[in-house]
Design a protein around this ligand. Sequence first.
Ligand SMILES: Nc1ncnc2c1ncn2[C@@H]1O[C@H](COP(=O)(O)OP(=O)(O)O)[C@@H](O)[C@H]1O
Ligand SMILES: [Mg+2]
Length: 261
Amino acid sequence: MPTDTLPNPEKSPERSSGELIRLEQVTKRFGDNTVLDHLDFSVDAGKHVTLIGPSGSGKTTILRLLMTLLKPDEGTITVDGQKLFPATEKERREARKQIGMVFQQFNLFPNMSVLRNITEAPVTVLGLSKDEAVERAEGLLDMVGLADKCDARPAQLSGGQQQRVAIARALAMRPKVLLLDEVTSALDPELVAGVLDLLRDIARTTDITMLCVTHEMNFARDISDQVLMFDSGRVIEAGAPEKIFSEPEHDRTREFLSAVL
Ligand SMILES: Nc1ncnc2c1ncn2[C@@H]1O[C@H](COP(=O)(O)OP(=O)(O)O)[C@@H](O)[C@H]1O
Ligand SMILES: [Mg+2]
């Protein structure tokens, strides 16, 4: 695949080492429900970290906080040293540019062509010229195997194709970190493998940092540097995938894995 179209942040000491994402003492409540309680959590630059754990444990909430779709009640969040919370609107907008997300439900703009879905934010948020944005989008569509779908509307595509467009859309912003929230859960079973293979390629051929939530344990085992077992808003166990999947220490991790594997 043409790697020149992939986000490839120059390798510099600050970027290739140290914490890219940092949550400190983050608390998030919905009414009386405290979903995250003084959570400390970080992801190092260039690493692929997977969050596993039962439904309702707060995994999506972490990703939504990073996307600034939610605000924490307490605590601080930084991305590559830039403030996300607390922060001024301007600081938050800048920090937010470092982050791309792919959702379970694709969330493409239904009334825009595939090409426009991908060029929209690079033009409006990054200030690329239309030509630059189109060139970047075409390269990415080629990479995800949809070069012939530029003019299609999302509704004319299969779920797997829509998710490929969503991945291309996220990468078009050249984010330093890609957040993936159960991106194959809404797909028909025969379409899952293709999307996971694309993500494996991106993990292997780029130095983008990845934070994934997935129930695809083989995929998690393949791509992850670190797996975090999450329960009730807390990381109860963390380690290399071989360790977590083969010799989990915590009863909750064992129970969870025996239910999903
Ligand atoms: N917008 C919201 N309003 C109220 N409660 C929410 C909202 N989003 C999530 N929650 C609650 O927060 C908890 C964690 O949810 P979530 O982060 O989606 O978990 P997970 O992704 O691990 O399944 C759940 O109890 C859920 O009901
Ligand atoms: Mg979720």
